[in-house]
Design a protein around this ligand. Structure first.
Ligand SMILES: [Zn+2]
Length: 236
């Protein structure tokens, strides 16, 4: 039997309350340690890019890597507060490369290291955070991409629906399979890549840089992940 939305109302209340606690107590992120993990699952948080790879550059000159890290840190705090195990692949402005003399070699090494850390995590769920950019500044809205692994499509579609019903009302974006993205094509666990919005759209860029919007994104993403884990545990 499919779990119904009302089965998860307590979870929404919990995530919302946790978000309020974080909002009231700090404008920046805090690390909240939980000694009672809610499940054996580890949520692997990948802040895209970092170090010498800044990723896309926004219309006011902010590097994507910085925004990815800010949102990922907020997500980590919220998930910890809710009692979940998390593993951040980077916690500052660095990358994970271990070898390489050229930028391209170091980038490849960085991606291989991320995949290695993801694949050596047992019962993991990958959430990779990125920002989008396009030549036409009209485009906006979050979009979720799934890896070709168990449950990834389901999680991506649930999160995409959650974005449309919260931060992106009226958006007609749909979740898609990640193609040509090294990490997403080499992981073995459930995994999604979240393009939180467009750095090429002036008003969305301003939102993506704001504390409040980053908290909203963290709240929506956390809720979808918690719901996904709960459904998985129910049907296990
Ligand atoms: Zn990116």
């Amino acid at each position: 039997m499919q779990p119904r939305i009302r089965d998860f109302i307590p979870m929404y209340i919990l995530v919302f309350s946790a978000a309020i606690v974080l909002t009231l107590h700090t404008n920046r992120t805090v690390t909240v340690m939980s000694s009672h993990p809610r499940s054996g699952t580890t949520i692997i948080l990948d802040a895209g890019h970092g170090g010498e790879d800044g990723g896309a550059v926004s219309c006011t000159g902010v590097e994507e890597a910085k925004i990815n890290l800010q949102i990922t840190l907020r997500l980590n705090d919220l998930l910890h507060l809710l009692g979940y195990n998390t593993k951040m692949l980077r916690t500052d402005d660095t990358d994970l490369h271990t070898e390489g003399t050229t930028i391209s070699q170091r980038k490849n090494s960085d991606l291989r290291q991320r995949v290695k850390q993801i694949n050596e995590t047992s019962d993991g769920i990958l959430v990779s955070i990125h920002q989008n950019k396009f030549t036409d500044s009209r485009y906006s809205g979050a979009q979720v991409f799934w890896a070709n692994t168990d449950n990834s499509k389901l999680l991506a579609e649930d999160l995409q629906r959650a974005f449309v019903s919260t931060v992106n009302p009226g958006s007609n974006r749909s979740a898609k399979q990640a193609k040509g993205i090294y990490i997403m094509e080499h992981i073995q666990c459930t995994g999604i890549l979240v393009e939180c919005g467009f750095l090429s759209n002036e008003s969305e860029e301003a939102l993506l840089l704001s504390d409040q919007y980053q908290k909203k994104l963290a709240c929506v993403i956390s809720t979808a992940i918690c719901q996904h884990i709960a459904i998985r545990n129910l049907s296990a």
